[in-house]
Design a protein around this ligand. Sequence first.
Ligand SMILES: [Zn+2]
Length: 414
Amino acid sequence: MECTKEITVEKESNIVIQGRFVDAVKEFYGQVVVSDGIITDVITKHSDFRKPDAEYNPNNIIFPGFVDLHVHSREDPKGAEQHKEDLSTIAAAAINGGVVAVMDMPNTKHAITTMADLELKQKKAKELPIDFHFYLGIGPETKPANHRFYKVFMAKSVGELYFRNFESLDAKMALYKKGIFSEPKVVSFHCEDPAMIEQDPERPEISELSAINKALDIIKKYQLVGNICHVSTRIGLQAIINSGLRVTCEVTPHHLLFDESNFRNYKMSDFITMNPPIRTKEDREFLLQALINSQIDLLASDHAPHLLEEKEKGIRGVPNLDTYGLFVTYLMQKMNPHNIARITSYNPGKFLGEAYGLIEKNGIGSFTVINPNNPTRVMHELLKTKCSWSPYEDVVFPGKVEATIVRGRLYNIT
Ligand SMILES: [Zn+2]
């Protein structure tokens, strides 16, 4: 990859890494051995150390590789938007941001709703240097397929894959209910109420609350494994917590950093628009505290790589992938590193049913090396996303991503 320098090790995807490791439950100084992409040994006794291929000063933290469960490539099998972010530029931006695996959304111009379309994307993804996971879209015309993960847009956002009212959504979701399939379907909901946002294009807080309540109702009624995407409001999050349901929920970097009272202070303020929109300072602070208190499961970026000329026309969404790791260094000033590992890797791994997130034998050999005290200014020249801009331009984050290791392949981030 031209974006980053690859160190050649004795054998592709085999590496001995030495330094200070932190995952969701433990911390140690030692060595981790990765063979064929999988952790085969964890060595903590100094006398047992081998010659390391990569050694990091203990001021750095080596986390299990970050997994971002919410990105929007614009790649579709019909090639409708070839001038926009494709899977290969997603991979470049991910590595740049310390992200080793992503989950890609289905609302491309030609929406991904069938296995045939999905398999074309999966085939391309296999050639790329990070792990890709995919959602299939649920829309008024779709049906369940031999796939586990689905995404629902409860109202119009970007693309044509959405529901016009809750009645048609509810009727459709009955087809996905538990018991029909050998394993329950996992469904992520973009929660905005279509009737309310039609009346108020500012997409008010109450439209998120109304849709979250409806999504929770559907999850319970059809016994789905449910996930609530990008919660942006205090009232929405409280509804999820108070429901007592075992659902997961996501928060984005932009809803944790920007609010109605501060966004004008940022250089790119004219383009800090997305669905759901940024909210009040009180909402933002509530989400941040809830994340610190482990009431939010996932830091998911909602990376939406729209071009600047599209932003000028008013399309909503912001790119977030190149800066995922930098944003983590902001959170590290507020949260303990075990909780960081939990929301960036362990919980995403649990969601996917894959061995991300724990540094132990048979875990996936992917890591993100963070120097928490090496301030980094975001400049568009350093971005790898094809859209080539960031809402955080000129923001100085407290730390830096030193390296991204994907299944034993090491990329130094310069
Ligand atoms: Zn999204």
